[in-house]
Design a protein around this ligand. Structure first.
Ligand code: NCD
Ligand code: ZN
Length: 356
């Protein structure tokens, strides 16, 4: 069987750690990892140090990114209650707004209702709002989508009740969308017990019944697969106070191709979940002459060796998969082949373009 040609994938949930966490990942290593995973567009999260909540920080980060990136990148603006009035100024350079309702890595959080309403009033309608909402907070997000009649995208949905609530909201015609992560599809609480801090993330790994519910909704309610690539160094993960989060850019496509090989989802659905839907929901620009060549029959064991991510480890190390990324072409140029990044630093484009 010849190689399979997929469209360039889009990951709408990546942490690239610039500014302030460059020992974990930077724009160069993170976008190299994206290409190795067949991802040609990624959206980077704002929980950096400092966070992307001020126009100056956001613009400087855009400029740093533009010099380094190997694939296309958009930055999320972060909502911070102390700086809510800056949101309109952030909306130019940012691709979307991220609101954290639940506790996770970093201090960004919007917990009071006035600040939450201000986000919906001040953030322009043409750009989507993405939310980290767990448990009952999913209902808060659904309520805001209904009250303000505007799209809300739910990050890393992981529990049965959450996906069922989103299904119910969609049946009522509410403008809600959601992503699930590969780790919530392929790992569960049992793996958390085995892997310790290397499988600790927010939301935490769930029970088998939750994992089954995500798979059941994969053909219907789930809109996107997003990696939530959240690299931390092994030293940080093995410390007394390990930060939550796991890398995922390089393992996401092999895992989903394995599921396709096992007929757990169709290749058509994989393309919708990993390319078509994320591009449509976040209004990402098209990438002409762009594709990913995979060998759908290559069978191998995922390993920490040869990873492009600076953190150098994966919670999936040791797992057998079927499907390997061979080659990536971005806008007509070969940018990745046989384990090597061939793109020039800065050849990726920022989304939106031409800010300064
Ligand atoms: C993320 C991180 O490390 O930035 N960690 C995680 O466990 N997912 C934060 C986040 O996405 O919530
Ligand atoms: Zn995240």
């Amino acid at each position: 069987m010849p190689n399979l040609r997929l469209p360039g994938l889009a990951d709408v949930h990546t942490h690239l750690r610039v500014p302030g966490g460059e020992q974990k990942e930077d724009f160069s290593s993170g976008t190299a990892a994206a290409l190795a995973g067949g991802i040609t567009t990624l959206l980077a999260m704002p929980n950096t140090t400092p966070p992307l909540t001020r126009p100056g920080t956001l613009r400087e980060t855009c400029q740093k990114a533009q010099r380094a990136i190997f694939c296309d990148v958009g930055l999320f603006a972060g909502a911070s209650p102390q700086e809510i009035e800056l949101l309109p100024q952030l909306s130019g350079p940012a691709v979307a707004l991220k609101i954290y309702l639940n506790e996770t890595f970093g201090p960004l959080r919007v917990e009071d209702l006035p600040a939450l309403l201000a986000c919906f009033q001040l953030w322009p309608r043409r750009k989507i709002i993405a939310m980290h909402a767990e448990g009952p907070n999913v209902a808060v997000g659904v309520g805001l989508a209904a009250a303000y009649r505007r799209p809300v995208h739910f990050c890393h949905i992981s529990r049965r009740a959450e996906i069922e609530l989103i299904a119910a909201a969609k049946r009522r015609g509410l403008p809600v969308t959601c992503e699930v992560t590969p780790h919530h599809l392929f790992l569960s609480e049992a793996d958390a017990a085995r892997l310790g801090p290397l499988a600790d993330m927010r939301p935490r790994l769930a029970a088998a019944a939750d994992v089954e519910a995500l798979w059941r909704h994969l053909d219907t309610t789930v809109d996107c697969i997003a990696t939530d690539h959240a690299p931390h160094t092994l030293a940080e993960k093995q410390s007394a106070n390990p930060p939550p989060g796991v890398p995922g850019l390089e393992t996401s496509l092999p895992l989903l191709l394995t599921a396709a090989a096992e007929k757990r989802l169709s290749l058509e659905r994989l393309i919708e979940l990993m390319a078509t839907h994320p591009r449509r929901i976040f209004k990402l620009p098209p990438q002409p002459d762009t594709w990913v060549e995979v060998d759908p029959r290559a069978s191998y064991t995922l390993s920490n060796e040869g990873l492009q991510t600076k953190c150098g480890w994966s919670p999936f190390s040791g797992m057998r998969v079927t499907g390997r990324v061979q080659r990536v072409v971005l806008r007509g140029t070969e940018v990745y082949a046989d384990g090597k990044v061939l793109a020039q630093p800065g050849s990726g484009q920022m989304i939106p373009r031409a800010l300064n």
